[in-house]
Design a protein around this ligand. Sequence first.
Ligand code: SAM
Length: 232
Amino acid sequence: MTARGKSKKLNKAWLHDHLTDPYVKLAQREGYRSRAAYKLKEIDEQLHLLEPGQFVVDLGAVPGAWSQYVRRKFGRGTSTDPAAAPGPLHGTIVALDMLEFEPIDGVDFIAGDFREPEVLALLETRVGGRPVDVVLSDMAPNLSGVAASDAARMADLVELAIDFAQRHLRPEGSLVCKVFHGSGYSQLVERFKASFRTVKAVKPKASRAKSAETFLAGIGLKPRASGVDIPK
Ligand SMILES: C[S@@+](CC[C@H](N)C(=O)[O-])C[C@H]1O[C@@H](n2cnc3c(N)ncnc32)[C@H](O)[C@@H]1O
């Protein structure tokens, strides 16, 4: 089969999966920008990480389903209807992505590449020394198909997210990070274990079984070797 034929077949398979996916339908019904909302929902329901009043940083936030989930949770009042318009925001949400973000009421968005020092500096200015409760990262590099270089680029993003979390989380705070199973996975788990008291790996049902993605949650910072720089 030609490359064009293969790509046509893959597109058809993707479209079929997309149109028959129950989470796509649920997201449309409940007004989420993508089915990704249900991955975070499941992680949150399992680990109880998100509470109104918290300060949350959402890295790799576009199209915005995770931010929507947090915004709804922090403004739902007593309503159990996930599609109900959220009330006043109890908490702080700062989202970042290098792509354009359609605004969400109450979510402070920063446009830029998290790997760029000036973008990180801008994010740190917005954080303004306040302790962060939860850092979320759904960032992933554009995959090249070359396993070793994809794993290295993913590890680089995870490393930067851990570093940010170590400098800005409150001691009992948590980091949820997308990672890929496969080359480099066990090193990332070790890296999480070196930084957090509790480490959980979660593969939500909403994450497609054939996708290598999984999520690592680190809960409670271990004291850093230097013993400094952990916000109180
Ligand atoms: C899977 S999507 C995130 C979906 C999002 N959690 C949601 O619920 O809508 C991954 C995002 O990470 C972003 N991303 C990847 N690398 C990044 C980087 N270095 N800096 C900022 N954003 C990045 C991409 O632009 C993309 O929008």
